[in-house]
Design a protein around this ligand. Sequence first.
Ligand SMILES: Cc1cc2nc3c(=O)[nH]c(=O)nc-3n(C[C@H](O)[C@H](O)[C@H](O)COP(=O)(O)O)c2cc1C
Length: 188
Amino acid sequence: MSVKETIKKRRAYRSLVPVEISKELIKDLAEVAMITPSCGNKQPWRFVFVYDTEELKKLFTTLSDGNKWVEKASMIIGVFSAPENDCMIGERHYFLFDTGMATAFIILRATELGLVAHPIAGFKETLAKEILGIPKKMRLITLVVIGKHTETINPVLSESMKLGEKQRPPRKSVNEFIYINNVEEQFE
Ligand SMILES: Cc1cc2nc3c(=O)[nH]c(=O)nc-3n(C[C@H](O)[C@H](O)[C@H](O)COP(=O)(O)O)c2cc1C
């Protein structure tokens, strides 16, 4: 599969069935994070791979109401970092950018392997950090939900989420975010 094919295949699916989690899978995903570029090669990202059933149940208590579908996850990857872990050039703090890139690489590799890798922001950060043992001063940026996609729609989904299982939510057209030479000239 080409990179572009993998990018197109990736979807934030919410109807999941269990998938076996192995140390080999975790190593595979960790390796793509390892070779992600970062400012000054600071590698600010940290990941905690959670697949123990009891630990997962604890994490499920942190989910926001709209994220009940996450309870079908086979693994959750907690993505965390701190501003001091990366370049800070004036007001430009690169830890979120670089950690986001490493997370995107993990998501794409998981997609290539036939998995769903769905990042979420809808969780209680302080509680989730306590459960995972993440230091207070660090940000738990996202939880990446890992599972296998099923065509059978999860009944806990809202109507718009059910629609999202069938078709990708609409996107801006490229001329709303692409400029050529300077921001006065749009792409098309
Ligand atoms: C940072 C981030 C946070 C998100 N948080 C949630 C969330 O809490 N719950 C959820 O169901 N989806 C969440 N999503 C998934 C988006 O809703 C989804 O990516 C978007 O609707 C586009 O759909 P697509 O990824 O299938 O193209 C999140 C995505 C990102 C990147």
